[in-house]
Design a protein around this ligand. Structure first.
Ligand SMILES: *Cc1c(COP(=O)(O)O)cnc(C)c1O
Length: 450
């Protein structure tokens, strides 16, 4: 496999005004500084400390509606199953559920969280490349809408589990269309070399076999080619065209096909990427799958939750080296992993009103974790940021908190939901005691249990 191309940023970074203009839930106030909806972020930091994830409920709603209306405007009978690995907060799920979204889950843990948020099994799709028999049984016992199977072996397993329960499993087959989504290698999932899905060349034979297997109800095909797809619609179109061709063949053979799952993957502009619009995505679905006249499903995660959140952080100190200025903040790679893992670029805005207008100079923004990879950005134009100054990492609503760890014994950050002028703590900051309390020291170790 070819090494991923190095990230070359050959355009100037967007300035603060550009970043704000593209994010209508964030505004710069002369008195309050950076404000989310009607809540000054400085007030969130004052009340809840930092680092803290802050999500805009209005943005979640707005984006869910934009996507739904784009699909409806294209004349599609479509449902949205939010990929909750992007952000699995109960409050976020509740907001999206009230917009009519279901969930796409990839583990029993996510399934249980979706149920706890009031999303019934009948609105849950179970995806993932390695579901255990126990997870499959859990899903079936909660009336799962659809299990997306990824291999012949998994199909056999689902059949066996369903039979042992006297259940019928609604199964969709996730195909690997062998198309290049042209995204980061770590989040590309639709090439033959990726672990995901069943080779599209084998799909028809397996689907026909599924129709004769006990405990299985084949209901369609699914595809998901990767995440953060911004390079036009070509990858989506190629994948959906494969699905259309396969589905047509299955229907021609008299096999039941009830609906088609288009996966997620729609990218967002973190920096200055030109991301496809919901209308373009809906148009690609309509053009390829529309002629089949079947209901379609979409599983977006990042597109809905990403822009809705920021990671609010305080400057610990500014370290002026011989060659570089380091701004050391109290958030780190254990909180927001994307820069370390995917070389991801996140907008960074100062929160104080005067800092939003102050002269700029290059700075490396880093966390306190003992890894050189704990670097959020290098050479970013930022104002003087003395200890205590607040900054907001933008577009941190997806694959932010859910990818956090407690590396360096750093407790999980707090999470706050903003809705208009209202604010609520939706996940209190973890305390270090919690890290200790879940451990056991064997009695037979010297000194015995602590
Ligand atoms: C991760 C994932 C999604 C969501 O991807 P986004 O890029 O966040 O839209 C959808 N479907 C499946 C199967 C996934 O694994």
């Amino acid at each position: 496999m070819a090494a991923p191309a190095p990230v070359v940023l050959d355009t100037p970074d967007p300035d603060f005004a550009d970043l704000l203009a593209a994010r209508p839930h964030l505004t710069a106030h002369a008195m309050d500084g950076l404000v989310m909806e009607d809540v000054p972020l400085a007030a969130v930091a004052r009340d809840h400390g930092t680092p803290t994830w802050v999500y805009s409920a209005g943005t979640l709603r707005r984006r869910a509606r934009m996507l739904l209306s784009a699909l409806r405007d294209a004349g599609l009978d479509a449902s949205i199953h939010y990929a909750m690995k992007a952000n699995d907060s109960l409050a976020v799920l509740r907001v999206l559920r009230s917009e009519g979204l279901g969930a796409d889950v990839v583990s029993e843990g996510e399934f249980r969280i979706a149920l706890a948020a009031g999303i019934p099994g009948s609105a849950i799709v179970f995806s993932g490349v390695g579901k255990t028999a126990g997870e499959i049984a859990f899903a079936l016992s909660h009336g799962v809408m659809q299990i997306n199977a990824e291999s012949a072996e998994e199909v056999e397993r689902i059949s066996a589990v369903a039979c042992s329960m006297g259940a019928m499993a609604p199964v969709s087959l996730r195909i690997n269309p062998d198309v290049d989504a042209r995204t980061h290698a770590k989040i590309s999932t639709g090439k033959a070399e990726n672990k995901f899905g069943i080779a599209w060349t084998d799909a028809a034979a397996l689907y026909a076999r599924m129709a004769g297997m006990p405990g299985l109800r084949p209901i369609g095909l699914a595809v998901h080619i990767g995440s953060q797809i911004t390079e036009g619609m070509a990858g989506f179109r190629a994948a959906y065209a494969r699905v259309a061709e396969l589905a047509q063949g299955l229907i021609a053979r008299g096999l039941p096909v009830e609906r088609l799952d288009c996966g997620g993957g729609l990218g967002i502009p973190y920096r200055d990427e030109i991301a496809p619009t919901p209308a373009a995505l809906a148009g690609a679905i309509k053009a390829t799958l529309g002629p089949l006249g079947l209901p379609v499903m979409l599983e977006p995660g990042r597109w809905i939750a990403g822009p809705a959140g920021v990671l609010l952080s305080s400057v610990v100190l500014q370290k002026r080296g011989a060659q570089r200025r380091f701004v050391v903040v109290d958030a780190a790679m254990n909180d927001l992993l994307r820069p370390a893992m995917y070389d991801a670029w996140h907008g960074i805005l100062p929160v104080a009103p005067d800092a939003l207008r102050a002269p700029l100079a290059p700075a490396d923004v880093v966390g306190p974790v003992c890894e050189s990879g704990d670097t959020f950005t290098r050479g970013r134009s930022l104002p003087d940021l003395p200890p205590g100054a607040l900054v907001a990492f933008l577009d941190a609503g997806a694959y932010g908190a859910t990818m956090s760890s407690t590396y360096n014994a750093r407790p999980l950050a707090a999470e706050v939901l903003v809705d208009g002028a209202r604010t609520a703590l939706i996940r209190p900051r973890q305390d270090v005691e919690a890290l200790i309390a879940h451990q056991r020291v064997p009695e037979w170790l010297d000194g015995g249990a602590a």
